[in-house]
Design a protein around this ligand. Structure first.
Ligand code: GDP
Length: 533
């Protein structure tokens, strides 16, 4: 027997903080990520995240496409230690086209950080992402960014967040001035005053922090007028806003709000300090049969993302598994309930922010990357033998459809294989109509077709184009009555197809057609999402 002492899984789980940043493009997510990593000691200098992005692009040809388009198709996981905690930051793809991918990343986190541009306020994509978070009552902290520029009045901004996003705001820091007049922030919980000093603020030691507004020196630094103005404003704020209530935060009802400037590294440390203290550690997760507690001794986890290997020399893929309970150890075998097989988790990756590393161990809240050649799909559960399946990682009905057209008809096999494999990664879905030999691709965003065409050529040597097809929307078909289902199948064969996993799907040429089909078959359910299972 091994002499390794069993670590206390509950202690390791309790110190994990697994989260994602949600924001509208350009609000400052990348910049803030960089600064957070800086505080985690993971990188030496600001700018490295962008640098890493560029280096990653260079490793694979098809990612040149991302670069051309100025978007990030892939997302990654960054882990860093901070104040005795282990922080896992799951990056969400930034482009609006990749909503589904983002959605699934959000199923793998325990909380989220919302970044808002002080001048732009609540933007369209923030609203969408917030809706997604609300589905699981994900706790959310808010960072109002770009305080070094003129923006909306902070009180009005909080009002906007409350009314547009329907969440209570509890300001934890409050800005002293803005734009040219930005002097700092005051911490409403500790009372501390953090001065804004461009070019500094890289560490707590590097910042000027007064214990309170009344401390000697404060008036001198921010000016008597501004101090008086601030005191008036704080009175107003304290009357009008909510004090921080941890329970309300954990229930997703209230968002603690911070103000700062990512690019100036200002206001970030108070945010991070508060975050590691109050953000939830890994929570219990639902499966088809029972709740799985993080501190349970046996390993469980689910796959929320699949990515083609970034090294073009290796055509395998990496499945990103969020550990939900137990402990992962290098080389261990895991049970894969969907196939009923055991899988050796050899050479799994962890994602230390400095670089990818081979995982020795991982605990609840951590993410590991498992190499495979297509055996693993999004939504798959892994256990140490128990036949359970985590729920809540859906496929969405795509909204755009194209028929794949081959340049060289002899390459049909490769095309099928390519489309099926790429659809396993989750960004596109692949349908085969019952009554024709068409190969139909569905996507949530139009950019996906370009990505798929590019990758088919690059990775599978298949030149394909995508042409218009008369499909407006898709619905997964469910019917518990076998006879009625068969009847439905016969009557509607022209509009039915199988998805990559073999599930029956209704491809409606128009919305009206869908409505009629639904009216004619009341016993049949038409589902806009399908749970991976
Ligand atoms: P993302 O698209 O949300 O990842 O946003 P980025 O982090 O790439 O930032 C978008 C732009 O805003 C970049 O030009 C940043 O330099 C800039 N930016 C980020 N934070 C701040 C800030 O605090 N103040 C100002 N003035 N600009 C910022």
């Amino acid at each position: 027997m091994s002499e390794v002492r069993l670590p206390d899984i509950s202690i390791e789980a309790a110190r994990r903080r697994t989260f994602a940043i949600i924001s509208h493009p350009d609000a400052g997510k990348t910049t803030l990520t960089e600064k957070l990593l800086l505080f985690g000691g993971a990188i030496q200098m600001a700018g490295s995240v962008k640098g890493r992005k560029a280096a990653r692009h260079a490793t694979s040809d098809w990612m040149a496409l991302e670069k051309e388009r100025g978007i990030s198709v892939t997302s990654s996981v960054m882990q860093f230690p901070y104040e005795g905690r282990i922080v896992n930051l799951l990056d969400t793809p930034g482009h609006a086209d990749f909503g589904e991918d983002t959605y699934r990343v959000l199923t793998a986190v325990d909380s989220a950080l919302m970044v808002i541009d002080v001048a732009k306020g609540v933007e369209e994509r923030t609203i969408k992402l917030m809706e997604v978070c609300r589905l699981r009552d994900t706790p959310i902290m808010t960072f109002v960014n770009k305080l070094d520029r003129e923006g909306k009045d902070p009180i009005e901004l909080l009002d906007e967040i409350e009314s547009v996003l329907g969440i209570q705001c509890a300001p934890v820091t409050w800005p002293i001035g803005m734009g040219q007049r930005l002097k700092g922030v005051v911490h409403l919980v500790t009372g501390e005053v953090h001065l804004y000093e461009p070019g500094r603020n890289f560490t707590r030691q590097d910042s000027t922090i007064f214990p309170s507004l009344d401390a000697p020196g404060v008036e001198e630094r921010i000016g008597a007028d501004m101090l008086a103005e601030l005191r008036d404003q704080l009175e107003l704020v304290q009357g009008a806003s909510h004090p921080f209530n941890r329970e309300a935060y954990l229930e997703g009802m209230q968002s603690p709000v911070f103000f700062g400037s990512g690019v100036n590294n200002f206001g970030v440390q108070p945010l991070l300090d508060f975050f590691v203290e109050h953000a939830p550690s890994p929570q219990a997760r639902a499966t088809t049969t029972r709740l799985v507690e993080a501190a349970e001794p046996r390993l469980t986890g689910f796959v929320f993302k699949i990515q083609a290997n970034m090294d073009p020399m290796h055509r395998d893929r990496v499945a990103f598994m969020r550990v939900c309970s137990g402990k992962f150890e290098a080389g261990m075998k895991a049970y894969h309930p969907r196939t009923g097989k055991e899988l050796k988790l050899a050479n799994a990756l962890t994602f230390m922010a400095s670089d990818r590393e081979i995982a020795e161990s991982a605990f609840p809240g951590d993410v590991i990357g498992i190499h495979n050649h297509g055996t693993i799909s999004i939504g798959d559960t892994f256990t140490e033998g128990e036949k359970i399946s985590f729920t809540g990682i859906p496929n969405f009905a795509p909204e755009l459809f194209r028929r794949a057209r081959l340049r060289d008809p002899l390459k049909l096999k490769q095309l099928q294989k390519g489309l099926a494999q790429l659809s396993e990664e989750g960004a596109t879905q692949f349908f085969r109509p019952l009554m024709s030999n068409d190969l139909i691709l569905g996507a949530v965003g139009v950019l996906q077709f370009d990505v798929v065409a590019y990758r088919l050529k690059d990775e599978y040597g298949v030149e394909a184009s995508f042409e218009q097809v008369a499909v407006a929307t898709a619905r997964w078909i469910k019917c518990d009555d076998a006879k009625k289902l068969e009847e439905f199948r016969e009557k509607n064969a022209m509009n039915l197809a199988l998805d990559a996993a073999g599930h029956l799907v209704y491809l409606a040429p128009t919305r009206v057609n869908l409505q009629l089909a639904q009216e004619r078959a009341p016993a049949v359910e038409f589902l806009a999402t399908r749970e991976h299972a």
